[in-house]
Design a protein around this ligand. Structure first.
Ligand SMILES: Cc1ncc(C[n+]2csc(CCOP(=O)(O)OP(=O)(O)O)c2C)c(N)n1
Ligand SMILES: [Mg+2]
Length: 387
């Protein structure tokens, strides 16, 4: 923070690094890469030097090696793991981060980056985008551009009718951020939620954001939240979990009830593997078995609150922002574990900002849409750093 402040250096975050520095810190432009903010991705593209502090430069951080101007940008990698320092042909500094940064500070006396007021403007621009995302409303006639437009209006209306909701995921996410105590810990792992969390979640207290994004393993969310509770018995802990991840693994909810460690589960039910459905549809396959529909094509509306109630949790159903905020306030007062079920519309997660993910597409297909997606990927790969 000192270095960023003194020399006007933008600070961008990875999933593992988030909540090391408060979101309110003026030079903190938020998440970078595939799940990053517009502000952080702009700063990354314009940097001539990237100082990687403990980062492993995963595919998500580098937008599959397209996030930076590799012709020009150099990398200085500070890491306790020698292996990690070699990444992106970086200058290798095997050291403790704090010691290395303090040494760097001594060398930078009088230096200031050329970002100037741009950092202030980018941050302000992103905050207004975030505000816009906090009020996304579904419309029956005309869905707005912030809702991914892969499903037709008719299909979205069908979801709205089946799930009896008009709630957008990004709206719900920011409402939760506004309502839970800043010292509480949020835990996530898989689905579309990590993207919304990395872009939208503001941490104002250090070490309150815990994302398993090494493998993004579905089913980690509730188990990880129980772990966070054991580490922080005096804080509220919240699992951010999709319906797909919940179905895959939630048995630690029973362990939490059994041993009286209170956890809170925030279940975002969009009736499907939403992010995988996005990948299918963005890459020419169309929708393929990732919507939870019955044999006769009816959208499934599963009563997850009832499931958790059966285990002995205190449960809520919240399909509007007001219901959600009331449920969160009441959940804080409980001593037992809680689950808040939200029915959210598919395609209302946030989208990328000048980023790209190298997703495999079949090279051979009779489908024109897949052939086009394959060509587009090959084009994009030309711009990615090659080794
Ligand atoms: C153990 C495991 N299996 C498969 C995957 C691949 N995968 C990532 S997200 C996802 C679907 C998640 O669905 P859901 O939890 O409902 O989240 P949504 O995308 O709908 O927000 C799948 C199958 C994974 N990350 N982990
Ligand atoms: Mg889902």
């Amino acid at each position: 923070m000192k270095l960023a402040e003194k020399h006007n250096i933008p600070l961008v975050e990875t999933q593992a690094g988030k909540s090391t520095v408060e979101s309110t810190f003026p030079k903190n432009l938020g998440g970078v890469g595939i799940l990053g903010t517009m502000a952080a991705n702009k700063a990354a593209r314009q940097a001539d030097l990237v100082i990687g502090v403990g980062t492993r430069y995963t595919d998500f951080t580098t937008s599959s090696k397209t996030a930076f101007d590799f012709e020009r940008t150099k990398f200085l990698n500070i890491n306790v793991s020698r292996l990690q320092t070699y990444k992106l042909d970086g200058f290798q500094v095997v050291a403790d981060a704090k010691v290395a940064l303090e040494n760097l500070e001594a060398l930078l006396v009088g230096y200031e980056t050329e970002y100037g007021e741009m950092l202030v403007d980018w941050k302000a621009e992103w905050l207004s985008e975030r505000t816009r995302l906090s009020t996304v409303t579904f419309s029956r006639e005309n869905f707005k551009p912030e809702i991914k437009d892969q499903f037709s209006q008719q299909v979205l209306n069908e979801y709205s009718d089946a799930l009896k909701t008009e709630l957008a995921q990004s709206t719900a996410m920011i409402a939760i951020n506004d309502t839970v105590d800043p010292e509480s810990v949020v835990v996530g792992s898989a689905g579309s939620l990590p993207g919304d969390l990395q872009r939208l979640w503001h941490s104002s207290v250090p070490n309150t954001y815990h994302l398993e994004y090494g493998f993004s393993c579905m089913g980690y969310e509730i188990a990880g939240t129980l772990g966070a509770k054991l580490a922080h018995p005096d804080r509220e802990v919240y699992a951010m979990v999709g319906d797909g991840s919940f179905l895959m693994l939630h048995s630690e909810l029973i362990t939490a009830i059994q041993y009286n460690h209170k956890i809170n589960i925030l279940l975002f039910d969009n009736s499907g593997f939403g992010c995988i459905n996005n990948l299918q549809m963005e890459n020419g396959s169309g929708t393929y078995f990732c919507e939870f529909r019955t044999h006769d094509n009816q959208i499934m509306n599963i009563d997850y609150a009832k499931v958790a109630e059966g285990y002995g949790a205190k449960t809520y159903r919240a399909n509007t922002v007001d219901e959600l905020k009331a449920a969160l306030e009441d959940a804080k007062k409980q001593t037992a574990s809680t689950l808040i079920e939200m029915k959210v519309l598919p395609k209302t997660m946030t989208d990328g900002y000048d980023s790209w993910w190298n997703v495999g597409v079949a090279e051979v297909s009779e489908r024109k849409s897949i052939q086009r997606a394959y060509e587009a990927r090959q084009e994009k790969l030309k711009k990615a750093k090659q080794y």
